[in-house]
Ligand binder design. Structure first.
Ligand code: BCO
Length: 570
């Protein structure tokens, strides 16, 4: 497929321009909130023009490699032309229009960036999902969102086809694939046949831009809807300080394209500053490949989940003195103080924390110029005003544990989600007095530094993934061996937390080999739902703890898991 993109007009030779500071997009100040904003026309096309006028440095917009010798470098001009084509594919060929929803389930291929920006240009609401999703996950997403279109990779075509007949709103199926699939349009072929001219829509700041599916304590994932403010926010000076990117920077964000972390870290943040997005299309996570890439390519900034850093550090004898790397950031779960120390010792670099959710994008950060306070996730990123609140939304005094709250009254800050789509009850539940209640426990000190303490509900945060227990319990319930189950979080030295299932077996399976059954059940979960959710620990129990009304007391099981850890690691 990459032959196709190489067949576009040859890459322009970059002129060594005058701006490497990224200052060019400082057209807005912290308090601006233009009525209209479109990241494609206002930001990307701006950088394309800077290139044309010789006013931007030589760095490409996207630098993509796959470890098999394939490489793509697109300038902002090329990106502009290609994404205009993508917009034409959606509007002209597929008949999609502003406000329609498009499920985007692709691995780290360059087309992910073309589709996303194509959506910006047309006002189509993109809904990213990881390629680990299975047929049922995809069915749920397509149905609940009433998606009109899906763009996915060839290997997921059979999964989509197995459920597409149950999705009456789905009109367009686009495959990014070397092969043609019956009933599917081929994205690459269509890209060749459409014009590179397209007029970007004038989106209003309040127009929807993206929907991220995010797991909750009960039921299926919710749809966190964001408007254009999510992208605009990264263009204001206070937010730009988080990464402090220059046009000469090359940022590698490790996140799978299915998460908000990728939308922000692999697209919005770097391109707001005219910097280069670096992507290695790792089909499987491999710390050795990451380490080699950090030597081979002139990457200056790196962003990954704590488990990524931990796994890199576990290569005991590897040289980690990366020649060009200047800044490293992490977020999603906690690293141990010892791991920060080791990273500093072995790389010479300080690891800075960021914190956010699908509902909030980047929320807190340790900014480079800030004094570090041990274990803190930093301070609120403007325009978010963060306070620690109780469940009624009352502000708690400094150094008191409570919920991390973002002020939404009198003004809802740009960049905070609009609400859970089609779910006013759940939206109301997280709106707590004058605050959005993140559900995350935290404390704040007198200087505004925040310490993340985890959750006291049933959501599991495993290697940076947010997993709802019901999703795993539903998957287990489909196996004949499972009479009932309770899924909770359990501590793990590598992943912070992992999914643990307590299972009551059906009578016919009581005498089965438990080791064998554990493997079978793990495999079963991997086959019916996204594999990252599978229970890495399973314990067979005669019964589950329940309340008098018969509700499973997951909290009791979770507390037991964590107290066992404390007992073994005092
Ligand atoms: O460990 P196992 O091998 O037993 O299982 C792994 C995979 O092998 C397996 N799997 C994946 N695809 C499969 C499959 N099995 C069958 N068929 C397939 N197609 O499933 C398990 C998946 O676990 P994993 O994803 O944790 O894999 P891995 O390789 O251990 O990756 C490690 C990490 C650290 C790279 C990964 O856990 C990770 O990417 N974590 C970060 C998640 C993240 O980006 N979170 C950010 C969310 S957004 C946010 O927080 C808001 C911020 C503003």
């Amino acid at each position: 497929i990459y032959k196709f993109f190489h067949s576009f007009p040859p890459r322009p030779s970059y002129q060594h321009g005058i701006s490497t500071s990224g200052i060019g997009t400082q057209r807005w100040n912290d308090y601006d909130s233009p009525e209209e904003f479109n990241f494609a026309s206002d930001v990307l096309d701006y950088w394309a023009q800077m290139e044309e006028e010789g006013k931007k440095g030589p760095g490409p917009a996207l630098w993509w490699v796959n470890g098999q010798g394939d490489e793509i470098k697109w300038s902002f001009r090329e990106l502009r032309d290609l994404t205009r084509r993508a917009a034409n594919v959606f509007e002209q060929t597929c008949g999609l229009k502003q406000g329609d929803r498009l499920a985007l389930i692709l691995p780290r291929v360059p087309e992910w960036w073309l589709v996303t920006v194509g959506c910006f240009r047309t006002g189509i609401v993109f809904m990213p999902g990881t390629t680990q999703l299975r047929a049922k996950d995809i069915l749920y997403r397509l149905q609940v969102s009433q998606a009109k279109a899906i763009v996915t990779t060839g290997s997921l075509v059979p999964e989509v086809d197995s459920v597409a007949s149950e999705c009456p709103t789905l009109k367009t199926k686009l495959a990014v694939s070397d092969n043609n699939h019956e009933g599917w349009l081929n994205f690459q072929s269509l890209m060749k046949s459409v014009s590179p001219n397209h007029t970007c829509i004038k989106s209003k700041m309040k127009d929807p831009m993206a929907i991220f599916f995010t797991s909750g304590t009960t039921g299926f994932p919710k749809m966190a809807k964001h408007n254009q403010g999510l992208a605009f926010r990264s263009c204001i000076p206070s937010c730009r300080k988080v990464f402090n990117l220059k046009t000469s920077d090359i940022l590698w964000c490790m996140s799978d394209p299915g998460w908000i972390m990728a939308t922000v870290g692999s697209l919005i943040e770097p391109w707001a500053s005219g910097a280069t997005v670096f992507i290695h299309n790792l089909p499987q996570f491999n710390p050795k490949v990451i380490t080699e890439a950090l030597f081979k390519y002139p990457i200056t900034q790196f962003l990954g989940a704590p488990a990524v850093y931990r796994m890199i550090l576990q290569q005991k004898s590897a040289n980690l003195r990366f020649p060009t790397l200047e800044h490293c950031r992490t977020g999603g779960e906690a690293l141990l103080p010892e791991e920060y120390k080791q990273w500093k010792q072995r790389t010479g670099l300080i690891l800075h924390d960021v914190y956010g959710q699908s509902e909030t994008g980047l929320t807190c950060a340790v900014i480079q110029e800030m004094k570090m306070k041990k274990g803190s996730i930093g301070k609120a990123i403007f325009p978010f005003n963060i306070q620690i609140i109780d469940e009624k939304g009352n502000i708690l005094p400094p150094n008191t544990e409570g919920y991390l709250g973002i002020r939404i009254k009198p003004t809802r800050p740009l960049g905070l989600f609009v609400g859970y789509e089609n779910n006013p009850e759940m939206t109301a539940e997280v709106e707590c007095g004058d605050f959005y209640n993140s559900g995350d426990r935290a404390t704040i000190d007198e200087d505004g530094y925040i310490w993340f303490l985890g959750r006291n509900d049933e959501i599991i945060n495993a290697s940076g993934y947010r997993i709802g227990p019901a999703e795993v319990e539903n998957a287990l319930a489909e196996h004949p061996a499972v009479a009932e189950s309770a899924v909770v979080s359990s501590p793990d030295p590598n992943r912070g937390e992992v999914v643990k299932a307590f299972i009551v077996l059906t009578p016919g399976f009581l005498s089965h080999d438990q080791e064998q059954l554990t493997k079978e059940l793990q495999q079963h979960v991997k086959s019916v739902t996204a594999p990252y959710k599978y229970p890495r620990k399973i314990e067979f129990v005669p019964e589950l703890p329940k309340t008098v009304t018969g509700k499973i007391r997951r909290k009791e099981l979770r507390i037991k898991e964590f107290s066992q850890r404390s007992a073994t690691n005092p």
